[in-house]
Write a protein that binds this ligand. Sequence first.
Ligand code: 0O2
Length: 208
Amino acid sequence: MENWDHFLEPYRQAVEELKVKLKGIRNQFELEETHSPIEFVTGRVKPIPSILDKAKKKNIPLDRIEDLMQDIAGLRIVCQFVDDIYTIVSLLRQRKDFEIVEEKDYIRRKKESGYRSYHLIIRYPVQTIHGEKNILAEIQIRTLAMNFWATVEHTLNYKYNGHFPEEIQFRLRRAAEAAFLLDEEMSLIREEIREAQKFFTEKKERDQ
Ligand code: 0O2
């Protein structure tokens, strides 16, 4: 690739714009004083070494990464509850500012590693000085528990380069199961948590 800066600029712009838009959803829920399905939003442009690594692993020629690598622009929405994930997915399906090109539900069908998350691949129009440019971006939507597991597994993946010792693999599977159970338990007591949150918000307002 001759000029990575030029190539990556629309992706950088898309990540910044989408962060503002997705945080906007959270802010609007907070203003309406209802439970926000969004806990926090993050975004990143895939670092060049990771793009090169992935291209090599997946046999993607560098002149095709634009259409074949879907997560150069990556957004992550983290939620408290599994239900929130599906609420966000239906909200995003209604939006007019991008087109969803693929949905991957790794919650109903977890990956071999134990990974759980909902992925949306979107086609997003970026306005550039040379006109509109459509880029692909990946939005990962997951609970706090799924995020905790994925973050730890991702770090270990770097350390072991994907080849985990058996003991670690066993522990990771157990941890994935524990994260799944935590999500289930949290969903069951969700109503109680909601009531408590409402109580504390009202109390905070009274005390101000
Ligand atoms: P990074 O460093 O996060 O950018 P596929 O061929 O469909 O299996 P593909 O096309 O990469 O693979 O899509 P997929 O599976 O939806 O994965 C895209 C991203 O999801 C990954 O990007 C990770 O961020 C995350 N992900 C997928 N599987 C796992 C997993 O087992 N553990 C963790 N921690 N994250 C996962 P990258 O480029 O792999 O990594």
